[in-house]
Ligand binder design. Structure first.
Ligand SMILES: [Zn+2]
Length: 273
């Protein structure tokens, strides 16, 4: 499932052909993805220019000259293709944008958990998902102090808390596991243990926010899809821990229905220490 780095890679792929360009033609091949397309979807896009193409958490946002914003979520299997040829055409190509830049931008989504929506730009903050998103993890407002404050009263496991998009936007199963490993924190420690009784950050809060930023920045820099070999713990169950001198091997446990990967040697330290 795409997380922040993968969505950012898509944004960078689309920006050169969509930003400043106009939707000349929009083809929608089905009534819905995860949810129905908004009413008159193609007509509301046609003729509009893309002022800017940004990202918020795992959402792509195209700011249009109609003062509406096109909201795109890739779901589990959504992807875009730019200027493919006939051989690339696929039964799961659900939406095609023909841009004034000359680019043909095709949205493909076999499992159809993706989402496309249109909303007045001025009321984006009222969108049920986007409006509730927590801070961008690579922004300055996301730091040890703010994360400790956000988690100070949460007894849910640290890993589960990091998946909550209201706590931090864009982090998913892969990068939560990776960041907890780098920060040497147990994924099952209570979230509130990164804060003192008064909500002030412990050292672990600063380690964790630094680790989240580091794994996300590294993943964005690589701009590759998700290949198992670039992860330290994710999808490495039973493999030796990558930390020098550590005799541990990576375990997989289930937390809130999702797999968590961690080294029980490196990450047994409780967050409060
Ligand atoms: Zn280890």
């Amino acid at each position: 499932m795409p997380e922040l780095p993968e969505v950012e890679a898509v944004r960078r792929q689309l920006e050169p052909v969509m930003r400043g360009a106009r939707f000349e033609r929009v083809i929608v091949r089905r009534p819905d993805l995860r949810r129905p397309f908004p009413r008159r979807f193609a007509a509301r896009l046609r003729g509009q220019h893309v002022r800017d193409l940004t990202r918020r958490g795992k959402y792509l946002l195209a700011d249009l000259t109609s003062d509406e914003t096109l909201i795109v979520h890739l779901g589990m299997t959504g992807s875009f293709r730019v200027n493919g040829d006939r051989a690339d055409e696929d039964v799961h190509d659900h939406v095609v944008f023909m841009m004034s830049s000359g680019a043909v931008v095709t949205f493909n989504d076999p499992r159809r958990f993706g989402l496309m929506d249109l909303m007045p730009t001025a009321s984006l903050h009222e969108h049920p998902s986007i409006g509730a998103l927590g801070p961008e993890p690579l922004s300055r407002e996301f730091n040890g102090v703010s994360l400790a404050r956000a988690l100070a009263r949460k007894s849910v496991a640290l890993k589960v808390a990091l998946l909550d998009q209201r706590v931090v936007a864009g982090v998913g199963n892969i990068y939560a596991s990776e960041a907890l490993y780098l920060a040497r924190l147990s994924p099952s420690a209570a979230a509130r243990t990164i804060a003192g009784p008064d909500g002030s950050p412990r050292d672990s809060a600063f380690r964790l926010t630094a680790a989240i930023k580091r794994v996300l920045r590294a993943a964005i820099a690589k701009q590759a899809g998700y290949r198992g070999d670039r992860f330290r713990v994710y999808d490495r169950e039973g493999k030796p821990c990558a930390t020098r001198g550590c005799p541990g091997s990576i375990l997989r446990v289930d937390q809130a229905g999702r797999s968590t990967f961690f080294c029980p040697r490196c990450q047994r330290r409780v967050a409060a220490m």
